[in-house]
Design a protein around this ligand. Structure first.
Ligand code: NIG
Ligand code: FE
Length: 380
């Protein structure tokens, strides 16, 4: 098994509880995991050497929310929004039509190139949802394809009610909890519901999430994107790993999150791309809620694959410090996926790391839009 020394690190972020950051450090990878962390001067010999040349090294980003299996785009909708039109969940149906018409090869090629785009920007763990198929065969196909790219796959048959069920939504919910769930569960780790006006009610969401849990899937919820919703408290009540968006939250929602281990995942690319008010990360962090930052990469509400971009926006607009934003995009994402092997560089962690083209991680927000990811190591 080859060992790798990452030498001459100017600033190393490990998220170690006692010493989360250290200056003039080095790190050794053995068998794909972090085997040694210490002072640069004490670095042991290794088979291979990566020279950080005084730069900052951080854990790889954990993007815990994306929708990468789709065809086409909706640039026209974005353009109309920038001219004042509102975002509506109904736009999802256009992508559903295009996705159903695409071949497996086309969908996989698109998703693969988006994962590569993410990786070039430092993402080393990604969650991918279905949700643009909305038939048994198309949802199962999306998850099968996503599974070839990540272990973190999420069944989102409850994204919107598809056009052909517009007059019989109960029949669609029945399909989701029955045949569709049965076909999708083998390739999914998680189930998710879009609990929002224009998508699914809290009652429907409860039914779908409970069926998913009974099928052995972990729970995630989209809620609070367009307005306050009962979805946040429902997610907490059902023990969801994460509730995502959290743009509109009542005091009771914040209290519920603070008393739980449900992560609040903020998706600032959405507010950027839909011209909505940004979520208040400060309020959540001050209340003791665990916060994650994710891209929500999708063709409708947030077509960015870049966590550095999300970090920059989070610092500028969500009230996060650069350290909090970095933590949310690494450890926070890992917590949202209930993973303890990624999102940090403590001994024994997966050696997923980024060598930045910068002396510190503050530059991720300080130099927005600049490609600062010099090198990405994945499991060494
Ligand atoms: O996370 N909110 C629901 N789903 C996506 C939007 C998908 C779309 O507009 O195509 C989201 O924002
Ligand atoms: Fe989403």
């Amino acid at each position: 098994m080859t060992t790798t020394l990452v030498a001459d690190i100017g600033l190393l972020v490990t998220h170690d509880e006692e010493r989360p950051e250290r200056e003039r450090a080095a790190l050794v990878i053995d068998g794909g995991v972090v085997a040694w962390v210490g002072d640069a001067r004490d670095a042991p010999a290794a088979d291979r050497r990566v020279d950080a040349a005084g730069a900052c090294v951080i854990p790889g980003f954990v993007d815990s929310h994306s929708h990468l299996v789709f065809a086409g785009d909706r640039a026209d909708e974005f353009e109309a929004r920038m001219a004042g039109r509102r975002y509506e969940a109904g736009g999802i149906r256009k992508t559903v039509r295009l996705t159903r018409d695409a071949t497996d090869e086309q969908l996989l090629a698109r998703a693969t190139s988006l994962v590569a785009e993410m990786r070039a920007q430092g993402t080393t763990t990604v969650e991918i949802k279905s949700g643009y198929g909305l038939t048994v065969a198309d949802e199962a196909r999306a998850l099968r394809l996503a599974r070839t790219l990540t272990a973190e796959t999420t069944f989102l048959g409850a994204h919107v009610v598809p056009a052909e069920f517009a007059h019989d939504r109960d029949a669609y919910v029945e399909l989701v909890v029955g045949e569709m769930l049965a076909a999708c569960a083998p390739s999914a780790r998680w189930i998710d519901v879009f609990c929002e006006t224009g998508a699914f009610t809290a009652e429907e969401s409860r039914r779908i999430l409970s069926a998913g849990a009974a099928a052995g899937l972990g729970l995630r919820v989209h809620a609070g994107q367009l307005g306050e919703s009962d979805g946040v408290r429902l997610a907490v009540e059902l023990g969801a790993a994460s509730v995502d968006h959290c743009t509109f939250l009542s005091g009771a929602d914040v209290d519920a999150l603070a008393g739980s281990d449900t992560v609040a995942t903020l998706l600032p690319g959405v507010e950027f791309s839909t011209r909505q008010p940004y979520p208040d990360a400060r309020r959540l962090i001050d209340a003791g809620v665990t916060v994650a930052l994710a891209s929500d990469c999708n063709p409708g509400s947030s077509f960015t694959s870049s966590l550095p971009f999300c970090i920059a926006v989070a610092v500028r607009e969500l009230g996060m410090t650069p350290a909090e934003a970095l933590r949310a995009a690494t450890l926070g994402g890992a917590a949202a996926l209930r993973r303890d092997d990624v999102g940090h560089l403590r001994l024994g962690a997966r050696a997923d790391l980024i060598v930045l083209d910068a002396p510190g991680y503050v530059h991720l927000a300080y130099r927005p839009g600049v490609p600062l990811v010099r090198q990405v190591l994945s499991a060494g």
